[in-house]
Design a protein around this ligand. Sequence first.
Ligand SMILES: [Zn+2]
Length: 479
Amino acid sequence: MKNGNIDVHCHLFNGKFAFEELLEIGWRWIHGEYPYADGQMRRTTRGIRLPLPPFIKKMITYTANLFETVTRDPAGNYKYETECYRKSGFGRSEPLISVPLMMDIYFIFDDGAGHARRSGIGAMSAARKKASLGQLHIDEKGHSEFDAFAEEMKGLVLQAVSERASSGRRAATATDAKRKKSVEKELDAIIGECKAPRKAPSRVRGGARGGDVQMTRGYRHHIEALREIKQAAPDSVFPFLAVDPRRIGIDSLVDEHVLRGDFHGVKLYCPLGYLPSHPDLNPVFRTCIDNGIPVTAHTSPGGFPSQCGQIRSFRRKKDGVVVPVFFDKDDFVKQRKPEKGESAQSLFFADPGNWLDVLESAGYGRLKVNFAHFGGEDYIGAFADGKAKPGNWTAAIVELMERFENVYADVAYCPGSKMPEYIGKIAARHPVVAERLMFGTDYVMIMINGCGLTNYFNEYTGLTSAMLRDNAVKFLARP
Ligand SMILES: [Zn+2]
């Protein structure tokens, strides 16, 4: 690793990634094959064209936002990040080390009912292996049906792009029209790629542990893009693989890409509908502990949550016993009403307290975990000012830091100018924070909210060198 400050939390994906996943989700949905295609599900829905779920709108907005604000490809995003850093108060003194985190949004509409019905506890993996795998590919027979579907998706994304551009203004400008045209061209190109004949026959690759792995188009392309960026800048870029326990063969993917490949760590995004104690994450954590692989987990009540009001899942308790978990949004909000910018799904699944099941399991206390966002700006502010209410996530994370030797946090996406002051106050009361808190930007996500990246860097030039670099060096170290 080069000398230099470390952005331990950024993203380099773009609208293409989101649109490819949107097509994959939507196409499988209308064929009753989401999130898996297997004999049982197809029998029950054969011939019935399922309408798209109303909540797919959220995915369309997300895709449009990315197309509007992230106009570069992943390599271009990386170049832009380093340029902003150079222009910022950090200047030319030291290079920037980037840790781009992947995202896996494929399961955003999965309510888990399929897993529970098909498998039951314990038989989960075996039953899921029967699912037919391989990413979306449309053979010629399916072209006209796919064309109609893809045109509909394209139209909805373009409409959302226009709405976003014109919000707050009376009339669309010439630049808006030009931008819309270029987004349309990009969408057409992606749709064309889905229909292009395959170069080689599709092959489902078995992982090192045997068994199948499930790939989706956007997910696979983003792995490839990050690998190329890593190979071009091996000492400056340390990508993390997105891990969702519902993706079939996820432990094989971790073996292939993190243990032996170009990826450096594991990224979890629990608000999408699973707990860190999900039993299928257990073998992944074992690999991480045995090999010093770092794990970063989204830990703020905001973000991009599951769109399901009810989610069935599983939880592995610290004694190893696996029990079902049922999340019901209506029941949840009766006890805890989400505030502005929060979601019930995030409050339930991303709560740092959920990690006790993992960290208190015998032999798991050494797991390296970065609680990304440090609980989020509101919890940080309240805790710093001594106004934390019971259940404050920043307080919970600090407590975990004090108990477990490898618990870290990052300040990504906390752009307020009071942040350095808050951090100073917290570190004065809890010295462990000075040794475990790390700098992060959450670029490209901060672009969507219009906070410039150069400004973001400037907010944090006063952080200690421990937070700008040394703590992340310890977190990232792989023996
Ligand atoms: Zn992020």
